[in-house]
Each structure stands twice: as structure tokens, then as C-alpha cells.
Ligand binder design. Structure first.
Ligand code: F6R
Length: 635
């Protein structure tokens, strides 16, 4: 019997999944329209449904999908919040959907974040009445929070809860912190439809994308029905389904341990996954796994197909041991010692290496140790910072640096009037700025410059010459807000120009898909489009592409194709490089999903990777940076 208690569809990527869900919604709208009936949609906000709304807008523009007969009810809204605030869900819905389709304003319902505290109770009851009067929800679209919330039904919300004012969970507020430019600015409460309101919809579709959603999705779909995970109540709905991309589905049994569900086709990747899983489960080195271990854990089929156990162990051990190399750019023949294996990458030495870093610090955070090695080995290393990263700089730092610039220009008599003008402008802008308000272009420039200086300082620590740093400041990022534009021609053109200028033998890029605001995802997407353009270039055909992970997570050991060990001295040097990103410290004031400082996260992650390799019986290193080989053309 499948352990999945809600029908679950898994797509290759978020775009494909979003198109499928939008097509379902469009079909429903048309079907109801053909019966002369209104279509009542329950809608969600957040990063997840943006692609669905984009596709619905396209269907409206290009395929005549009309929203004239559609009535909508949004799940929730922060409380208190004015509808024109940057983070308001009223504004979100206008920007992503309502301003672009022919929906009637009177048919749109979104909880009002401005109702007085004494009226909220009645207001919530009236919201429920309005849904009932519209005939109930035909279709409810949902996202899921890392707490398992649907709408803002945080852990503890009852199955029959209805629209009400609730207090937001700490994790939820932290996740929203960068939208609000700081945890303190995130409202403590929200008005949300209840679990009962959602379950009363005739059809419910929950969407989740990204590996940060994988653990909670596994609980919601395969775990017990419990008020601790509001989304688990969907298991009791007769017409609910879950739509995922492969990364959000990764912790479901059919992907994590498919051999437990029935016969599988054993290939090298799956064998490695099973062996590492078994070794970690039993906390044993790979070479000590026995026939009984395999049999008792449900891996009899693997032993029968590829056994005996010891042969499987040795194959996986060898393959993984060969991923370890202190020579990420290859090792020249002259340097080889007896027993060193030959790798295809050794052929060209030294190499031209091009590292793409989405923000100005991802290079050192994710692969500082590897950068140190590449520089030491004499490769020509270029680093391209894809975005300016200005959004993550505190106002106080911008003021501090503009004062420095003013003093500097006064002392050295370099157009001090101009520096004084900019400094006054900054002071003025920032004094009147409300939390979450957009920065002026000048303020953004200053913030970007701060990050440039930090990136240069960090690169110097790694031994990289600053003339090979490229600050691309891709336009898709420059919206001044957390929400980005889809990467377009201007972004791709910059990437292509640099690729053709450097003609690298080796490329490193962030394959981190967990980045909460999707900047890493968009950077990779832009790169993919650029690779498409250069695929016929002679240099590109021999080019190796390696993916590293950003700040949040490391590759699973069984997926690493290259594991670069760091010596204790490299770890200290890497830390020093990260420290140069001074504007990025004090994350507690500007937190992401994790409260630790970036350098701590990077270090823990690298040490943890080394510990795993050690526990698998491979080798005992201080720290490891992991990479997965990427074939852009195939993806
Ligand atoms: C939004 C909502 C929330 C989000 C959830 C996931 O209206 O009700 O439940 O769906 O917090 O947010 P994202 O999509 O930003 O990861």
C-alpha cells in the first residue's frame, strides 16, 4: 500500500507544475462558464503560486480565458496591515493577477488587515458568510509553510477551525522577515480562513516547490493526521491533491527509499543511494555492511541482483572514494604520485575557471576552500557576481559609507560638493524611510558598492586577483524589492558576453534551489539560457560544469561527484574570507530561515560533510565542500 495518503503529482520543475495547475483552474472556469455558473476560487499568496498566476494571466491574454464570471476569496492577510503596503496580500494579488485579468473588483475578496480589533470577530464571521453566499469554494489553491500551515493555520489549529484572527508562529515570522526588512517589522498576527473553511472547498490543490519544503511535505502526505501539521488534514478530504516539483518531493518514500515499496531498476545512482542510506541508518562504514544488514533492511532484492554484499560495498566505496580530490582543477602529470588516478580533467592544466556567484558572498560561503585551492594551483580564476545583493545591506551601513566617501573626498579635494550632495540625499532618504519602503536608486547604488568592496576583500583572502572579478549586476534583481523579475534578454546577454570573453574550461555555479526568495533559482535559470546560446561554441563543448550549494544546505553525500577536502588551515582562511562580508553579519537582525550567522552555517555544513565521509569509512578530513556535475545541455 502506498504510504502517500493524498494523491500526489510530481513534476520536473515548478514551471511545468504551475502550468498544469493553471490549466486545471482554466478548465474549471470554462466548465462553470459553459453552465452559466460563477466559478468560486480560493487563492493563496507567497512565492509558490506566482507561476500559476503568471500562466493564468497568459491564458487570459493569449487564449481568451475570461475571469468575468469568477469570484475569489483569498486565504489570508497579515494583521494589521494597510492594503497598499509592499507586503500586503491585497497588493500581491493585484500585482500578480487581478490587475492583469478582467475580474470584477466586486467579486474579489481578501481579508481586510485594517478592521478594528473590536470588529475582527464579526468581520471573520461575515467572510465565512460571503463564501457561503457565493455557493462555497469550487477550488482552493494552497501553499504550505515550513510549520505545515495552510493559510495561516499554524500548528494547533483544529480541523473545524473557521476564519479568525491568529498569532503567527515564530518560524513563519522568521520566514517572512526579509520581506519585511527585519523580524521586528513582521506583524504578529494574521486573519486566515480556518482548516474547516479550506476542507469545505469542493476541490483542494496544495502546491510546494523547493527542497526546503521536502521534510514538511513528507509529514503532510505520509505522516499521521494531526493538528501539529495543519496540511495533514487534507488526507481526510475526498478531492484534495498535492502538486510538487522533484525537489519538494525528495523526502517521500518513493524517492528517498523506493526499494521499500517494491521492485526497482537498480542503476549505479540508486545503488549508491541505497548503500549510503543503509550505512547511515546502521551507523556503519560501507565496507562493514553484511549480507544480513542488507536483508534485514529490505534490500534483499539488491543483493540478489548485484550481490554478494561485499562486492556491492566495494564498488560503492571505490566510486565514492574517487570523488575526493584536493585538485579541483585537475592534477598535472608532473605532480602525480604513485597510486594517483587519472581523471579526464587532468588533460588541461592550468585552466580558465569561471565561478558564478548569485550574491556577492556565495562564492566564498559555498566554495571558499575550493577557491583557495584553485588559486594556489595557478588556475586563471574569474568570479562573476550575478546580482548586486544591495537588498541585504542595512541602511545604517549605507550612511556610514557615504560619510566615509564624503570625508575622503574632502580630505583629498575630490569634488566634495558632489559627495556632500549624495551624503545629504542618503541621510534624507533614510531618515524618512518607513520599514519595508523602497530605496532610491542612489541608496541602492551605495549598498551595491558596499558589497562590491566586501567581495573584493574576500577574494583577496582566497588569493584571487581582483581584476578577474566581474560585477554583472543583472537587471532582473534590480527591482528594489524582494520580488524579482523573470530573467530576460538583458540578463542573458551579459552572461553570454562574459562566457565568450573568458571561454572557461571549468564553470562553477550555485545549484542551490532552497534560496527562500528564489534568487539562486533565477540565477541558475538565466545561466541555463546563456548556456543554450553558447552550446555550439568550440570552447563550450569541452567545458565542465560543477554545481555547488548556497548557504542553506549541502549536497547529500551520495550525490556528490566531487568532494574537495579542506585542511584545518583552509577552514580558518575560508572563515576569514567570509568575515570580509561585514554587511552580512548580525543575521539575527535580518534573519533567514536559520538563526546562525552565515560563516557558522558554512562551517558546520563543511564539517558535517567531512564527518559523513568519515562515518562511511572513506577518509577523515577536517571539512569537505561538495559539488555535483551538471550537464546543462541535458537538463
Ligand atoms: C499564503 C498562505 C501561506 C503560504 C505558505 C507558503 O496565502 O496562506 O500558507 O502558502 O506560507 O509560502 P511560500 O509560498 O512563500 O513558501
Amino acid at each position: 500500500m502506498s504510504p502517500e495518503h493524498v494523491p500526489t503529482r510530481v513534476f520536473a520543475d515548478a514551471e511545468e507544475a504551475s502550468r498544469a495547475v493553471a490549466a486545471d483552474i482554466a478548465a474549471l472556469i470554462r466548465e462553470r462558464g459553459s453552465l452559466g455558473r460563477a466559478c468560486v476560487l480560493g487563492l493563496a499568496t507567497g512565492a509558490t503560486p506566482i507561476g500559476v498566476y503568471g500562466e493564468l494571466v497568459r491564458l487570459h491574454r493569449e487564449e481568451g480565458l475570461s475571469f468575468a464570471g469568477v469570484t475569489t476569496f483569498n486565504l489570508d492577510e497579515y494583521y494589521p496591515i494597510a492594503p497598499d503596503e509592499l507586503q500586503s496580500y491585497h497588493r500581491f494579488m493585484r500585482e500578480h493577477l487581478f490587475d492583469h485579468v478582467d475580474i470584477r473588483p466586486e467579486n474579489v475578496h481578501i481579508p481586510d488587515g485594517t478592521v478594528g480589533a473590536d470588529r475582527v470577530h464579526d468581520y471573520a464571521a461575515a467572510y465565512e458568510d460571503a463564501i457561503a453566499e457565493a455557493g462555497g469554494l469550487d477550488f482552493q489553491l494552497l501553499g504550505i509553510g515550513r510549520t505545515g500551515h495552510i493559510g495561516f493555520n499554524e500548528p494547533g489549529s483544529a480541523r473545524d477551525s473557521r476564519t479568525r484572527l491568529i498569532t503567527l508562529d515564530r518560524v513563519t515570522r522568521r520566514d517572512a522577515a526579509s520581506d519585511f526588512f527585519g523580524l521586528e517589522q513582521v506583524p504578529r498576527r494574521a486573519i486566515t480562513m480556518g482548516v474547516g473553511t479550506i476542507l469545505a472547498a469542493r476541490r483542494v490543490v496544495l502546491l510546494a516547490f523547493g527542497e526546503h519544503k521536502a521534510p514538511i511535505i513528507a509529514q503532510a502526505v505520509e505522516g499521521p493526521v494531526t493538528a501539529r501539521v495543519a496540511a495533514s488534514f487534507l488526507q481526510q478530504h475526498a478531492n484534495a491533491s498535492v502538486v510538487l516539483d522533484v525537489t519538494a518531493a525528495a523526502d517521500l518514500t518513493r524517492f528517498r527509499t523506493p526499494w521499500l515499496l517494491g521492485p526497482v531498476a537498480w542503476d549505479d545512482g540508486l545503488i549508491r543511494q541505497a548503500v549510503v542510506w543503509l550505512a547511515r541508518k546502521l551507523d556503519k562504514p560501507i565496507l562493514k555492511l553484511t549480507e544480513e544488514d542488507y536483508n534485514e533492511a529490505g534490500l534483499q532484492d539488491l543483493v540478489a541482483a548485484r550481490g554478494p554484499a561485499y562486492d556491492i560495498n566495494v564498488d560503492v566505496f571505490r566510486e565514492m572514494a574517487e570523488t575526493i580530490t584536493g585538485w579541483p582543477g585537475g592534477k598535472p602529470r608532473a605532480m602525480k604520485r604513485p597510486g594517483d588516478i587519472d581523471r579526464p580533467t587532468d588533460a588541461v592544466f592550468p585552466k580558465r575557471v569561471l565561478v558564478f556567484s548569485p550574491h556577492p558572498d556565495d562564492d566564498v560561503l559555498a566554495m571558499g576552500g575550493t577557491l583557495i585551492r584553485l588559486a594556489e594551483h595557478g588556475h586563471e580564476v574569474h568570479v562573476a557576481y550575478q546580482t548586486s545583493g544591495n537588498l541585504a545591506v542595512f541602511d545604517a551601513d549605507a550612511v556610514r559609507f557615504s560619510e566615509f566617501a564624503l570625508d575622503f573626498s574632502r580630505i583629498f579635494a575630490i569634488q566634495p560638493e558632489e559627495a556632500a550632495r549624495i551624503e545629504r540625499h542618503l541621510e534624507e532618504q533614510l531618515r524618512h524611510k518607513r520599514p519595508g519602503q523602497l530605496d532610491s536608486p542612489e541608496v541602492r547604488r551605495v549598498k551595491a558598492l558596499i558589497r562590491r568592496g566586501e567581495a573584493r576583500a574576500a577574494a583577496r583572502v582566497c588569493g584571487l586577483p581582483v581584476e578577474r572579478l566581474h560585477f554583472l549586476e543583472l537587471p532582473f534583481y534590480e527591482t528594489g524589492t524582494v520580488r524579482k523579475l523573470p530573467p530576460g534578454e538583458a540578463d542573458v546577454a551579459k552572461l553570454v558576453a562574459l562566457l565568450r570573453e573568458v571561454q572557461p574550461h571549468q564553470i562553477y555555479a550555485a545549484g542551490d534551489l532552497t534560496d527562500p526568495h528564489g534568487t539562486h533559482r533565477l540565477c541558475l535559470h538565466a545561466l541555463r539560457m546563456a548556456f543554450e546560446r553558447v552550446r555550439e561554441d568550440a570552447w563550450y563543448r569541452g567545458c565542465e560544469i560543477w554545481l555547488y550549494r548556497g548557504a542553506w544546505q549541502e549536497w547529500e553525500p551520495e550525490r556528490m561527484d566531487m568532494a574537495v577536502p579542506l585542511s584545518p588551515a583552509d577552514v580558518v582562511k575560508k572563515r576569514d574570507a567570509i568575515f570580509k562580508h561585514q554587511s552580512q553579519k548580525d543575521r539575527a537582525m535580518f534573519p533567514g530561515p536559520d538563526e546562525r550567522e552565515f560563516w557558522q552555517r558554512a562551517e558546520v555544513r563543511n564539517r558535517e560533510a567531512a564527518r559523513l565521509y568519515d562515518r562511511l569509512g572513506l577518509a577523515e578530513y577536517e571539512a569537505i565542500e561538495g559539488f555535483v556535475r551538471w550537464k546543462a545541455a541535458e537538463s
